[in-house]
Design a protein around this ligand. Structure first.
Ligand SMILES: [Ca+2]
Ligand SMILES: [Ca+2]
Ligand SMILES: [Ca+2]
Length: 212
């Protein structure tokens, strides 16, 4: 009884105490990037608690791993992002306001800054699309570029309240691998030669049949 009372007092003394938990249904697509290549990214998760107005959603594309960091294609900005909350696409801008969420970008991470007057309710599914897949409003034309060496990358997502206090987090591992070998010119020539020979043989056979 005493312990419970003490705990209650402690809770009262910490009115801003928030429970850090886990984001659910975290998926990062693609799960396999090609080295040094611009890629459309889709990040999906559900927030188990409300993210207050002016709160933030941090995404660190390379939080851990062996591949090295991601980089931005020149000109990548909020116009290349889509953020939907519970299936509703949000108005985005470089900085947040009462009208728009802000998209703030750094070396290999970014955050979505919630509107100053609107929270994201608990249980909301949040989808962040970056690249030419971000088709709400103006369609995206710039992308994040995958690390230049192969290996692994851990993408980490964290929600924060309006005072930058951590709420919930989640992550997913991806692999970065070398580009698939290109269909070589040699193979193309080989196919043309073999195809040509087969056609010639068929024509010859037809001619023979006709003369018989
Ligand atoms: Ca990082
Ligand atoms: Ca753009
Ligand atoms: Ca979209």
């Amino acid at each position: 009884m005493k312990k419970i009372a003490l705990f209650s007092i402690l809770l009262l003394l910490m009115p801003n105490l928030v429970q850090a938990g886990s984001l659910t249904g975290v998926t990062v697509s693609p799960s396999n990037y090609t080295i040094s290549t611009g890629t459309n990214i889709t990040i999906t998760f559900t927030t188990p608690q409300e993210i207050p107005a002016d709160g933030r959603i941090y995404v660190d594309l390379f939080n851990d791993g062996t591949a090295g960091t991601f980089s931005k294609e020149a000109g990548l900005d909020y116009t290349d992002y889509d953020v939907s909350v519970g299936g509703v696409d949000q108005i985005l801008a470089a900085d947040n306001s009462t009208n728009a969420m802000g998209v703030e970008q750094f070396d290999d991470w970014f955050y979505i800054h919630l509107k100053t007057n609107a929270a994201i309710p608990l249980g909301s599914e949040i989808i962040i699309q970056i690249g030419t897949n971000a088709t709400f409003g103006s369609t995206g034309d710039k992308q994040w570029i995958a690390p230049s060496s192969s290996g692994t990358a851990l993408t980490a997502i964290r929600t924060d309240d309006e005072n930058d206090g951590a709420l919930d987090s989640g992550s997913q591992w991806e692999t970065i691998s070398a580009a698939a070998p290109e269909f070589s010119d040699f193979m193309m020539i080989l196919i043309l030669v073999v195809g040509g020979m087969m056609t010639w043989k068929m024509m010859l056979q037809q001619k023979q049949n006709m003369t018989v």
